[in-house]
Design a binder for this molecule. Structure first.
Ligand code: F6R
Length: 355
């Protein structure tokens, strides 16, 4: 049932304040200002690193998480695409905690990578949206992202749920390792708890995003840029755009364009920039000036009043979720403009059960 919406994808984008509030309720006790006891039986204190494995959008959620885990828990992280991890023969110490992330819990590449690690690592955790799935059953512990059924082929509410779930795991890892002061925990929790509200406010700006989509939809190629966590965000935005609008889209760390890809920038090429809440923006601004000088159609997205699309005032976490909503709605409206099949893009299946 799509409710009042014309597509499952739109319905699932709009459901995020609700799905994220539900997940938040399972992760955080706001009255006590504390994290709930997630992943019982998993102790990050004796782990020597975290290995994150997934495919597609879930892989981009893992890349986001790698920044958070390293920064908050000070634990080394490896992120790999499941189909690559499975065959690359990385050295193991046996003290790794492996986290497989999968909406469906049935993705064959992720499942087989997880199975191949049985007995060779300290623990295997599954972050899934289907608690009875094959990946959930294979793992030693699960975190259910509680997003509810996702029907649209393009992952939206599962992506934001994965990001939130993985941030909570970063906090748990930090606490297990004694790396988290009460002040720092309070600061991050305040930011995290704001997410459903920030997402709802961002959704209220859908008219502006639709106008932007009309401007960008004739493009043949598009670029997405970001620094820090906004680099994985840019990768996810480019994937969404490719998947449902069939526009060729690439994502780069903002500082990387000048090392080659800037040759592709032509007059009118859209370059969408996800800005950070922190001081990284100064560097990004000079990268943006470089592409603007080549005639790019630059679109800056972020909470600063100077942006072309201003997202709600938020902390670094809230701002990232606002960017996710903008990326989802932007690709959705571009696809509508182009008349593609939003819920069932060509060549794609919701769950990929072959390796
Ligand atoms: C993109 C998308 C895919 C999935 C990928 C993994 O919008 O939906 O890239 O993220 O196929 O699927 P799960 O998460 O079910 O393992």
């Amino acid at each position: 049932d799509k409710g009042p919406w014309p597509h499952f994808m739109r319905k699932e984008i709009e459901e995020q304040p609700e799905s994220l509030a539900r997940l938040l309720g399972a992760l955080v006790d706001p009255a006590a200002g504390s994290l709930k006891p997630i992943l019982p039986g998993i102790d990050f204190a004796s782990a020597d690193r975290i290995v994150l494995i997934a495919c597609g959008t879930a892989h981009y959620a893992c890349l986001l998480a790698s920044y958070w885990i390293e920064e908050i828990a000070r634990l080394p992280v490896e992120v790999d695409i499941a189909s690559e991890y499975r065959y690359r023969n990385r050295p193991l110490t046996g003290r790794e905690i492996v986290i497989a992330v999968s909406q469906s819990g049935e993705t064959a590449d992720t499942l087989s990578a997880l199975k191949a690690l049985a007995g060779r690592v300290a623990a295997r955790v599954a972050v899934v949206n289907v608690a009875t799935s094959s990946i959930a059953r294979e793992a030693d512990a699960i975190l259910d992202i509680l997003a509810g059924p996702e029907i649209g082929v393009a992952s939206t509410k599962a992506y934001s749920g994965q990001a939130m779930g993985l941030l909570a795991i970063a906090l748990k890892a930090a606490r297990d390792r004694g790396m988290l002061s009460d002040d720092r925990l309070g600061e991050i929790l305040a930011d995290l708890v704001s997410v459903p509200r920030i997402v709802a406010e961002t959704l209220c700006g859908s008219d502006d995003i639709e106008r932007l989509a009309r401007r960008l939809s004739p493009a043949r190629d598009m670029f997405f840029l970001g620094r820090g966590v906004n680099h994985p965000m840019a990768l996810e935005a480019a994937l969404k755009m490719k998947e449902i609008s069939y526009i060729h889209a690439e994502a780069y760390p903002a500082g990387e364009l000048k090392h080659g890809p800037i040759a592709l920038i032509d007059t009118g090429t859209p370059v969408v920039v996800f800005e950070n809440v922190d001081d990284l923006n100064e560097k990004t601004a000079s990268n943006v000036a470089e592409v603007a000088a080549r005639g790019a159609d630059v679109v800056r997205i972020g909470p600063s009043g100077a942006c072309d699309l201003v997202t709600p005032a938020a902390g670094p976490v809230g701002s990232l979720f606002a960017n996710a909503v903008v990326a989802q709605l932007l690709s959705y409206f571009v696809a509508l403009e182009k008349g593609t099949d939003v819920d069932q893009p060509r060549n794609l299946a919701k769950s990929v059960t072959v390796e």
